[in-house]
Design a binder for this molecule. Structure first.
Ligand code: AHR
Length: 529
């Protein structure tokens, strides 16, 4: 199918999913129509990326316990965490921040003598720098993920960043690569993504678009990746700081960067524009992460669906300057940001992770998938113990969150091709909030298998779905569903399986599949032909 026709299909799918709001009587069937011969953009596996900042117990205790710890580890990195992350196929990890990256000096985190500094952004605690460049790259190696390094454009210099990249990537016998070898790694590292600054409009230095652009051009020019294997293939992608919302200051920022890029000269380039968007409703974050009811459930989900408008808004600006969609929109910080858990250090951003977060994660991943032609990288904030985490740890204990389960269930969508799904989502109403009752995506993986991700947003009513498939003779469809007794059900160290998956299968009815979706659930099934 040609691109324009496909675009119409996708738009139709979104229209049906999000705009048509004909009331649906509870238990009425919702029909999903899928033509398997129609495929769209690739759902880049990198939209399932993670973010690990030196913040609270995200790195220290979350990843790093040190080689002398009683907690089982490999070269200081927790074995339980590595095994859990391998199971969700983490494609890339953004590090070392966040605001932390805006004042990170990499030399303090290499070699036998680490320098103790402070972490003024996040609780003012001591930063031991024991987890530095080599430990991060070892961690990535252990979990099988690619590196997304965010360089310091705030308090650092282009020279410092350029030397870091030379240290990391050169195969030539320079003083820096000799130092890298002396520190235990003679082979050059691969760096997949280079973040040039972080929130430079705010914690990254409060820069104007023009000032940032002057820095961006310099960093883009001089911070080079020398790895011989990345010169023609697997080239490092450079991500510029982009917007942090939808207001005028952000649209002006996107305009400025994209316009400069369109008029660029040979000496600088970028491959991505960052977008940060937290589900917070209002600042400072005040919603409770546990101990809430349906009102807060519906408010948060309404707020999270704004992600789609935000992507549409900034994509439209990008389309003006880059109609071929060469520049990716990199949603490299997203997720729910709630009030800190009572008794925790407010600078550590500790929150619980409930079934609501699982639904929120699925809705956002679906939005990214529907924008697969532009959104080609995303990083949920943050991987462990911070904000909307995959994993929570306490000393030797570890628990997998509801969000973790969604990432695991969605792993088959990595690098699959979008198959448009046509449906009337119906509505779910609570108080003055009305939301689409159902959301769905489909993807065809490289082996040709069809995968469906379907979310029932309604916390009270099950939904019967009827799936009409064209272009495939379905024999069976099985998978997993994730739900729990309450919208604020959480997994704890003592009760780790309150929110967990169970098997589901669809019934074949002629050429259709019939599936019952439990209230407030996320379901992923694959279709066998
Ligand atoms: O993820 C927490 C913080 O949120 C990051 O450090 C910063 O980039 C953003 O404001």
């Amino acid at each position: 199918m040609g691109q324009p026709a496909l675009l119409v299909q996708c738009l139709l799918a979104i229209h049906f999913a999000l705009i048509v709001t004909a009331p649906v009587v509870a238990q009425e069937k919702i029909e999903l129509r899928i033509d398997v011969s129609t495929t769209g953009a690739k759902i880049d596996r990198n939209i399932f990326g993670q973010f690990a900042e030196h913040l609270g117990h995200g790195v220290y205790q979350g990843i790093w316990v040190g080689p002398n710890s009683k907690i089982p580890n490999t070269r200081g990195i927790r074995n339980d965490v590595v095994a859990a992350l391998k199971a969700i196929k983490v494609p890339n990890v953004r590090w070392p921040g966040g605001c932390f990256a805006d004042e990170y000096h990499w030399r303090k985190g290499i070699g036998p003598q680490r320098v103790e500094t402070l972490n003024p952004n996040w609780g003012g605690v001591i930063e031991p720098n024991s987890f530095g460049t080599h430990e991060f790259m070892d961690f990535l190696d252990q979990i099988g993920a690619a590196a997304f390094i965010s360089v310091n454009v705030g308090s650092g210099t282009p020279q410092e960043a350029a030397e870091w990249l030379e240290y990391l990537t050169t195969a030539q016998p320079t003083t820096l690569s000799t130092e890298r070898a002396a520190n235990g790694h003679s082979a050059p590292y691969k760096i997949a993504y280079l973040g040039i600054g972080n929130e430079s409009w705010d914690c990254g230095g409060n820069m104007t678009p023009d000032y940032y652009l002057s820095q961006l051009k310099i960093y883009s020019r001089f911070v080079r990746n020398f790895n011989p294997t990345q010169q023609t293939k697997e080239q490092m992608l450079k991500i510029a700081v982009g917007p942090g919302g939808g207001e005028a200051r952000w649209t002006e920022w996107t305009e400025a960067v994209m316009k400069a890029w369109q008029n660029r000269q040979w000496s600088w380039d970028i491959n991505g524009l960052s977008l940060h968007n937290y589900t917070v409703v209002r600042w400072p974050p005040a919603f409770k992460s546990v101990g809430f009811g349906e009102t807060e459930y519906s408010q948060i989900l309404k707020s999270t669906l704004e992600m789609d408008n935000l992507i549409n808004k900034h994509s439209a600006i990008m389309d003006k300057y880059d109609p071929e969609k060469k520049i990716a929109l990199a949603v490299d910080e997203w997720g729910a940001w709630y009030a800190p858990l009572p008794g925790s250090n407010p600078g550590f951003l500790v929150q619980q992770n409930s079934l609501r977060d699982a639904i929120l994660a699925a809705l956002n991943l679906n939005i990214f998938a529907r924008h697969a032609d532009r959104v080609r990288i995303a990083n949920i904030a943050q991987m462990i113990n911070v904000l909307q985490a995959m994993i929570m740890t306490d000393k030797g204990q570890m628990v997998l969150t509801p969000t973790y389960h969604v990432f695991k269930m969605y792993a088959p969508f990595q690098d699959s091709y979008v198959v448009p799904v046509l449906f009337n989502a119906g509505t779910y109403t609570h108080g003055d909030i009305t939301l689409p009752r159902l959301d769905a995506i489909a993807g065809k993986d490289t082996a040709g298998k069809l995968w469906l991700g379907i979310t029932n947003v309604d916390p009270n009513q099950a939904v019967e779905v009827e799936i009409s498939l064209t272009g495939i003779n379905a024999k069976s469809a099985t998978g997993e569903t994730l739900t729990a007794p309450k919208v604020d059900s959480v997994n704890t160290f003592n009760s780790p399986n309150t929110v967990t998956t169970k098997s589901v299968s669809a019934k074949i009815q002629g050429r259709k599949l019939a599936l019952r979706l439990e209230p407030k659930s996320v379901t992923v099934i694959s279709v066998e032909r």
